[in-house]
Write a protein that binds this ligand. Structure first.
Ligand code: ZN
Length: 70
């Protein structure tokens, strides 16, 4: 099981269940237990898809999809 949550910087991150700390790309160490869990998934593939979904939600989709504007 994988847990999905947000860092204070706004990025969505995921961690395998049972992992105590996860480092966000912003450099902050997140204590998994103290975060509000947004979603749970069965495998890491699903988890990374979910994280991307949450990122697009926050940044309105354009953040990751600039290629189609060329
Ligand atoms: Zn962060």
């Amino acid at each position: 099981m994988y847990l999905i949550f947000r860092c204070d910087c706004g990025r969505a991150v995921y961690a395998k269940e049972g992992v105590k700390q996860k480092k966000c790309v912003c450099g902050k160490n997140l204590k998994v237990k103290e975060r509000r869990i947004l979603a749970k998934t069965e495998d890491s593939q699903e988890a990374s898809e979910k994280v991307q979904e949450l990122q697009e939600e926050k940044y309105g989709g354009a953040y990751f999809t600039t290629a189609n504007k060329l």
